[in-house]
Design a protein around this ligand. Structure first.
Ligand code: G3P
Length: 233
């Protein structure tokens, strides 16, 4: 499963990427607006920082506006993926860009039919907003699963991207369904490795080891003797 970080915060991006577990970045207009940064410069900086795909979203309504925004984004870096909403104009713009070899992420996908159009238009990714489906009182994971089934029926190669992720549970379930990609907010990324049993297991191993090591060197010497016998054999 490919991991993207859903963020425009360079500090968080550096921290998450330093783990070696993040394969790319997704951004969106709300994240950029909330952070108060200049879009062009932050996206250029992210594209330099990260070698994997960086999704940047167009804000124009019409096909021509989307295409010219896409051309501007493509100058930011070779790893730019143009993010286009799953609207009627969005699918047309997607098809035109994909025909030119540009990678497109169809975003704001909420239905199987929208995902079908994304695949027909040649999108590299389709972002399914599972958290927002849940917020509306429906089942976002079910939507994701239906899209997986439909893509498998036809062997579509568009990658299913689980977006609007709110919890570690969402990620576990998306992985079981077979989503190709998940984009993770920093808060959830920090929670990924957390497990109470692992943490208490580490504490009890550490306690036992410290007691053993402080109980005198005799036992450690015994261990070395046992090893020497083994090596001789
Ligand atoms: O970046 C797309 C998506 O992950 C945003 O999700 O619903 O938390 O704003 P949301």
């Amino acid at each position: 499963m490919i991991f993207f970080l859903d963020s425009v915060c360079l500090r968080d991006i550096k921290e998450a990427c330093s783990t070696g577990l993040i394969d790319g970045i997704t951004t969106n207009p709300s994240l950029i607006a909330r952070s108060g940064v200049d879009m062009d410069s932050v996206v250029r900086d992210i594209c330099c920082e990260v070698s994997g795909p960086v999704s940047v979203e167009v804000m124009s309504d019409g096909v021509d506006g989307m295409l010219s925004e896409a051309d501007r984004f493509l100058e930011f870096g070779e790893n730019v993926v143009v993010k286009i909403p799953a609207s009627a104009d969005g699918f047309v713009a997607c098809k035109r860009l994909c025909d030119r070899g540009v990678k497109v992420n169809i975003t704001l996908c909420f239905s199987v039919v929208q995902a079908l159009l994304a695949a027909k238009a040649g999108a590299e990714y389709v972002s399914v907003f599972i958290g927002r489906v849940d917020d509306a009182g429906y089942d976002g994971l079910r939507e994701l699963s239906d899209i997986r089934e439909m893509y498998d029926n036809y062997g579509f190669r568009t990658k299913i991207l689980a977006a609007s992720v709110r919890s570690v549970y969402h990620i576990a379930e998306a992985a079981k369904i077979g989503a190709d990609v998940v984009t993770i907010p920093m808060k959830v990324f920090r929670q990924l490795s957390s497990n109470l049993f692992t943490e208490s297991g580490i504490r009890s191993f550490s306690k036992d080891w410290k007691e053993y090591m402080s109980s005198g060197t005799a036992k450690a010497r015994d261990v070395r003797c046992v090893k020497e016998v083994c090596y001789m054999e």
